[in-house]
Design a binder for this molecule. Structure first.
Ligand code: NAP
Length: 464
């Protein structure tokens, strides 16, 4: 994939970037390694001050940073601004709490003193996706840098300007040169890169294929990995729920980031016929009313998909779902949508909000991740069936459950196979709570104390 900015709203090529040569790449790894030697001895107060200053820069530059994300990947401008604010939050969270997370843990044993001391590993390579081009990077980088590691970022090839701006932001905050570096390279160069002894660990957020490729390469070199991969999150609605509220949140959750979020509710599961009918009516109405258009316009609720490939994949999946027996409730007609859009946007990667119902639950397509503004609505007879269907997917990232019944909440929390269960709310990431998946959604955790401890050596110290 070429490293380039292509505006997904118009299809226009904006700028191409030359990938790093092998010599340039080697120089960056060497700089990261040299920087680690001194950076690891910086104090937590220093790191915290730098990270707070990065947060200040994010706040000051929010409008321009958001504009750049919209230009490169097409999310609505308000969502891009909210993403920057969330990055501010994660920086301040780790700047304020890392000392507590990194404190020695005293353990009473037969020694006069024994404790566990977290220490940095060295260079951590982060392979990141374009969908939250700032947030995904900050939620890795803020804890990794506070722990004393240095970072190399291999960002998605369609967001090179954001990638380069990220490196500048860390420098502007005061981090030493080499503490955070962006590598403009394609995914095909990652496997060889992780063979370098100076790279101690790697994290990847993205597709299963990319995760398997990175984890295999790291496995060959015995390196720690964290993987945040795809999801097909269920949203279960029970009869006792506030159904109109559940429907409204389902729409927001599904359409977030133009439908391209790993933790979007992608499968709506209604318990009983009445709930299904009410959900279908409310969601279809709200999907049809969404304002689709130029994401730079603050009134727009749904912008284009980020790349032509994602659009093509989604169209193929919708056709497959209909062929497998799915009923198109609303959307699905891209040509009709394009006709309604201004001519300047007709080469953009737009897809209409689409709801499919009655898809046979045992089909392969019902278990896939739809990465765009398409939701699947299922009806089941009981909560047990709902939980079984929720789990009937290769993924296990998050789940949203809607019920007023305490016993039903317990059954969902106990029975759903996922990294997170949110009750009467939308699944979201929060710096204070660990985030990650199970099954083919990956392993390891980001955020909170647990995320910071993924990339440290938990050194056991025993003193007689
Ligand atoms: P992708 O193609 O896997 O790209 C993600 C990153 O991996 C990019 O930097 C990409 O580089 C790189 N990459 C691709 N193939 C690689 C390989 N063989 N070896 C090493 N790196 C490789 O992901 P996507 O399809 O754009 O992103 C969407 C997916 O990410 C969805 O499945 C979504 O659910 C998931 N996601 C998960 C989370 C989470 O937290 N669990 C968050 C966001 C997104 P290039 O751009 O150069 O190919």
């Amino acid at each position: 994939m070429a490293i380039a900015t292509v505006n997904p709203t118009t299809g226009e090529s904006i700028k191409d970037f030359a990938p790093l040569t092998d010599a340039e790449l080697a120089a960056k790894v060497a700089l990261g390694d040299r920087t680690f030697d001194s950076y690891r001895h910086s104090s937590l107060e220093q790191r915290s001050g730098w990270l707070h200053r990065v947060a200040d820069r994010l706040e000051q530059d929010c409008a321009a940073l958001a504009h750049l994300a919209v230009l490169e990947m097409g999310k609505p401008i308000a969502a891009a601004q909210a993403e920057i604010q969330k990055c501010v939050m994660v920086c301040r969270f780790y700047a304020d709490h890392a000392a507590e997370f990194l404190a020695d843990e005293i353990v009473k044993t037969d020694a006069s003193q024994s404790f566990v001391r977290p220490q940095p590993l060295g260079i951590v390579l982060a392979v990141m996706p374009w969908n939250f081009p700032y947030w995904q990077v900050f939620r890795f980088a803020a804890p990794a840098l506070m722990a004393g590691n240095v970072a190399l970022l291999k960002h998605a090839s369609n967001v090179p300007q954001v990638a380069l701006r990220l490196e500048q932001l860390f420098r502007e905050g005061g981090f030493p040169e080499g503490a955070f570096q962006t590598l403009l390279i394609g995914g095909d160069r990652v496997a060889a890169l992780v063979g370098d002894d100076r790279i101690r660990a790697a994290t990847l957020t993205g597709s299963e294929a990319a995760g398997i490729s990175l984890a295999s390469a790291c496995g060959r070199h015995l390196k720690k990995t964290v993987l945040e991969l795809g999801g097909s999150d269920p949203l279960i609605v029970c009869p006792s729920a506030e159904i109109s509220q559940a429907a409204a949140v389902a729409v927001t959750a599904r359409m977030l980031n133009n439908g391209q979020s790993c933790i979007a509710a992608k499968r709506f599961i209604a318990v009983g016929e009445t709930v299904a009918a009410e959900l279908e009516r409310a969601i279809a109405r709200d999907f049809a009313a969404l304002v689709v258009g130029d994401p730079m316009n603050p009134a727009t609720q749904l912008g284009p998909l980020a790349t032509p490939q994602i659009l093509a994949d989604l169209e193929t999946q919708v056709a497959a779902a209909i062929a497998a027996g799915g009923r198109l409730v609303v959307g699905g007609d891209r040509a009709a949508l394009l006709e309604r859009l201004p001519p300047a946007l007709r080469s953009g990667h737009f897809y209409p909000p689409t709801l499919l119902a009655d898809l046979p639950q045992d089909t392969t397509i019902a278990r896939e991740e739809f990465f765009g503004p398409v939701a699947l609505l299922f009806q089941v007879a009981t909560l047990d069936r709902a939980i079984a269907l929720a789990n009937d997917t290769p993924f296990g990232l998050g789940a949203s459950v809607w019920t007023q019944d305490a016993a039903e909440i317990d059954r969902c929390v106990a029975g759903i196979e996922a990294g997170a269960v949110f009750v009467n709310g939308m699944v979201k990431s929060d710096p204070r709570l660990p985030f990650g998946g199970i099954k083919r959604s990956g392993y390891g955790r980001e955020l909170a104390r647990q995320g910071l401890l993924e990339f440290v050596n938990l050194k056991t110290v025993w003193i007689a």
